[in-house]
Design a binder for this molecule. Structure first.
Ligand code: MG
Length: 159
């Protein structure tokens, strides 16, 4: 059996009065992430991890932020396209683990919804997906609430 591992990270700046979407789930907060698409750091990092696992480059090559068709796009489209590509090449997700780095708000009430949504997008059972949240300990861009970051690792297998 053939396995590959993929790694993804993403960071976006926070600003007031923008919607906040993490893992495709709307989060109640006073700030949102700035970006060309909906700036969903979790889904961007997942897309990069999936593409990386099978040697297909990165999200910037597939969905350039200079392309008007991705302006304001729901980032689920990026994950769906990556999963579709992997599936067509005979790969499927074994498991995915992710960390959301956010000082505020508390993400505990949202973690199960994010997990369920990620499992749906990745076409796997929920027990193959894990979502972790960490604060920035009030230091650095995350801790000062200037940005949020996501870190993702994924394992895929040849079907
Ligand atoms: Mg991004």
């Amino acid at each position: 059996m053939s396995f590959r591992v993929g790694l993804g990270t993403d960071v976006h700046r926070l600003d007031s009065g923008l919607p906040l979407v993490l893992g495709g789930v709307s989060i109640e907060h006073t700030q949102g992430l700035v970006g060309h698409s909906d700036a969903d750091i979790v889904l961007h990092a997942i897309t990069d991890a999936l593409l990386g696992a099978v040697g297909l480059g990165d999200i910037g090559e597939w969905f350039p932020d200079t392309d008007p068709q991705w302006k304001g796009a729901a980032s689920e489209k990026f994950v769906e396209a990556a999963v579709e590509k992997l599936t067509s090449l005979g790969w499927r997700v074994v498991n995915l683990d992710c960390i959301i780095h956010a000082q505020q708000p508390k993400l505990l009430p949202y973690k199960e919804a994010i997990r369920a949504n990620l499992a749906r997008l990745l076409r796997v059972e929920e027990n193959r997906v894990n979502v972790k949240a960490k604060t920035g300990e009030k230091v650095g861009p995350v801790g000062r609430q200037e940005a949020m970051e996501a870190t993702v690792v994924v394992l895929v297998e040849q079907t």
